[in-house]
Ligand binder design. Structure first.
Ligand SMILES: Nc1ncnc2c1ncn2[C@@H]1O[C@H](COP(=O)(O)OP(=O)(O)OP(=O)(O)O)[C@@H](O)[C@H]1O
Length: 278
């Protein structure tokens, strides 16, 4: 890495993801089975992330109207909704990258829970390799970080020495996931982690998520990939028009909609007339 330069992300929102953490523990990856994780840790006394009464507007565009949500350790919560329904906005609040007009977000107990955040459009400073980039973030963590292991987990071992500006869109997203994993965070906020990934990498991505949850990581992710969401998530929260129109295990949502699958149920729950003007 050239002296005096760093591969720090140019987007301020993502700088907040690098937090002093414990060393990463090894996890395995692979295609997810149907809801393969043991599920949320119901014995945990505190949610990893708790949001209460969040409301927000951009000018006269009301984006969120009094939404509340909690994510338990080991739980996978999928946030789904039409384009422009407010998912990214809510996830920024949950990651504490930005504050809502109203409401509170509490992360764990006494500020001890560490959060990794993958923004919808992760950005990296050009001129540095994928490995150098993760090494940069690893220096902020007290313990030694196995960067090659993180690259392997997100499927980027073969591109470790490639400059970030030469990564494809999907590879850039995987590097963003790798950055979110530095330091083995207790909670992960992932904004469309599967976007732009090929089908094999989508399966791998949800496999990584399942493995992390099985190790106790609380995960909330947004996704338009409703097949993997239905197979992987413990709970699906459907956001439409600034409010939650469903918050239940995927099977319950499908059954209560009398649908064959989550994709079909989604169509009955939200307006699909196109992006609204809220
Ligand atoms: N910084 C901003 N300034 C003004 N309006 C914003 C801003 N960020 C988001 N919005 C508006 O808030 C609404 C919700 O946007 P958001 O990005 O949260 O939706 P989303 O559900 O993540 O959409 P998508 O699925 O397309 O990514 C949209 O109407 C969007 O135009």
């Amino acid at each position: 890495m050239p002296d005096g330069e760093t591969p720090a992300n140019e987007a301020t929102e993502t700088v907040a993801t690098a937090q002093p953490n414990d060393p990463a523990t090894a996890t395995t990856t692979g295609a997810p089975e149907a809801n393969p994780t043991p599920g949320p840790d119901s014995s945990a006394s505190h949610p990893a992330i708790e949001a209460t009464g969040l409301s927000h507007a951009f000018g006269d565009v009301r984006v969120l109207e009094d939404v509340s949500l909690s994510v338990a350790p080991g739980e996978i919560v999928a946030l789904v909704g039409p384009n422009g329904s407010g998912k990214s906005t809510l996830l920024r609040f949950l990651a504490k990258v930005r504050a809502p007009d109203e409401g509170t977000v509490t992360i764990g107990e006494a500020g001890e829970t560490r959060v990794g955040y993958l923004p919808q459009q992760p950005g990296f400073r050009s001129g540095f390799s994928a490995e150098d980039t993760l090494q940069f973030y690893a220096q902020f963590v007290d313990d030694e970080i196995d960067v090659p292991d993180i690259l392997d987990r997100v499927g980027l071992s073969g591109a470790a020495n490639r400059r970030v500006e030469a990564l494809s869109g999907g590879m850039t997203r995987l590097l963003g996931l790798g950055r979110a994993l530095v330091g083995d965070p207790d909670a992960l906020v992932l904004d469309e982690p599967a976007s732009g990934l090929d089908p094999g990498m989508v399966e791998r991505l949800f496999g990584i998520v399942s493995d992390l949850a099985a190790d106790g990581t609380a995960i909330i992710l947004s996704s338009h990939n409703l097949g993997p969401v239905e197979r992987t998530a413990d709970r699906v929260v459907v956001l439409d028009d600034g409010r939650f129109v469903a918050d239940a295990p995927p099977r319950e949502i499908v059954e209560s909609a009398g649908a064959a699958d989550l994709q079909t149920a989604f169509g009955t729950l939200v307006s699909t007339d196109g992006v609204d003007g809220r």
